[in-house]
Design a protein around this ligand. Structure first.
Ligand code: UDP
Ligand code: MG
Length: 346
């Protein structure tokens, strides 16, 4: 006869004593790096200090060298020789921030992966909080949300404006003030690895995969050294990817603009017809009005065509189906894709 619990006491599992050794887990840190020689030493030192302080954590850092032209790759190789937990994944050229993150995530295999920038704007000291939210609260996706940001001037203004406008523009709720910084538990990581789209907006994809998501707040520091590697034009492209990959609202806005202009045209036409029928003569001397209307309509049409072109270009990118990145060199990390490519054909 199967055993059936007879009292509540039999259902209660014993809790581990608080001083029991912490359960071990593995953690991969994915960090894209592009010409970051100025800050690497500090990054290595702070990461080691913080990650070593997390009980039970077996960690590894996957540094994705995104075609750096300075001594970045050499510095990472030297660090690997000192501490093999730092691994190098060098791409064959500069592919950009998002492809570099994708490459790093494709090689991550730990119980959880943390994605962060190399410039220490995402402070490593927040990592224990991310791990706690994952291990203790059971969230598979932990987002680091900026309570404040250090960027000022035009860059800061545009970044703030983008986050404000973005929520309104997209059909899909993506938490404001989140960047790439955050943690993915293994199930979330595996789902993220399945997403192969080319024009990637990581915060959007992370929100899209679902799972239980938690937020950890932090203050975003200023860049520790060097210039920002994401140029304004790249940030604009990234912002466009964010909006166009997650929303058809721009197209709908164009339809709304077309409807408004048509309605206006209809009203003006009706006005002239009524004037003519009622016998009131209208001396039409509106050359300026005509030129203004033609230019206005021409402008709107060009914007609409450009917008369709943006969507079309992205479809073209998908159809070509080129790989998102090419790995040139690995140190301390296996690359299954290259191994299978080098295997002799039988
Ligand atoms: N980065 C990269 N490839 C690029 C540009 C940037 O891997 O083509 C890396 C860079 O080294 C940094 C992170 O992406 O670790 C974010 O770059 P940055 O700090 O310039 O961007 P921002 O903080 O302005 O978004
Ligand atoms: Mg930065």
């Amino acid at each position: 006869m199967p055993h059936t619990p007879t009292s509540d006491a039999t259902l209660i599992e014993p809790k581990p004593a608080s001083d029991a050794p912490a359960q071990r887990f593995t953690l991969d840190l994915v960090i894209p790096v592009f010409n970051e020689e100025a800050i690497l030493a500090t990054l290595f030192e702070r990461l080691t200090r913080v990650c070593d302080s997390i009980p039970g954590c077996e960690w590894r850092v996957i540094l994705v060298n995104d075609g750096s032209r300075d001594t970045t790759a050499r510095l990472i190789r030297e660090q690997h020789a000192r501490d093999p937990r730092f691994c190098l994944l060098s791409l064959s050229r500069n592919f950009g921030h998002q492809p570099a993150i994708t490459a790093g995530l494709a090689h991550a295999s730990a119980d959880a992966a943390i994605i962060m920038d190399a410039d220490l704007q995402d402070p490593p000291e927040v990592i224990p909080d991310l791990v706690r939210a994952w291990r203790e609260d059971g969230a598979q996706v932990v987002l680091a949300v900026r309570r404040s940001r250090a960027e000022t001037g035009l860059r800061g203004l545009l970044l703030r404006g983008f986050h404000l406008g973005f929520r309104w523009m997209t059909d899909f709720p993506i938490p404001a003030q989140t960047g790439v910084f955050g943690l993915l538990g293994k199930p979330a990581l595996e789902q993220m690895q399945r997403l192969t789209e080319r024009n990637r907006f990581f915060p959007g994809l992370r929100a899209w995969i679902g799972f239980e998501q938690r937020v950890v707040e932090y203050d975003r520091d200023a860049r520790l050294g060097g210039e920002p590697k994401q140029t304004f034009s790249r940030l604009f492209r990234y912002a466009a990817d964010g909006v166009l990959s997650f929303s058809y609202k721009p197209l709908r806005l164009m339809i709304a603009a077309g409807a408004l202009v048509s309605a206006f045209g209809f009203l003006v036409a009706a006005y002239f017809v009524i004037k003519r029928l009622t016998g009131v003569e209208t001396a039409f001397t509106g050359f300026t009005t005509l030129v203004t209307l033609v230019l206005f309509l021409g402008g709107i049409q060009l914007i609409a065509i450009g917008l369709i072109g943006e969507y079309l270009g992205r479809i073209y990118d998908e159809v070509k189906n080129r790989p998102l990145y090419i790995v040139g060199e690995t140190v301390g990390i296996r690359d299954p894709a290259r191994e299978s490519a080098q295997r002799p054909l039988v």
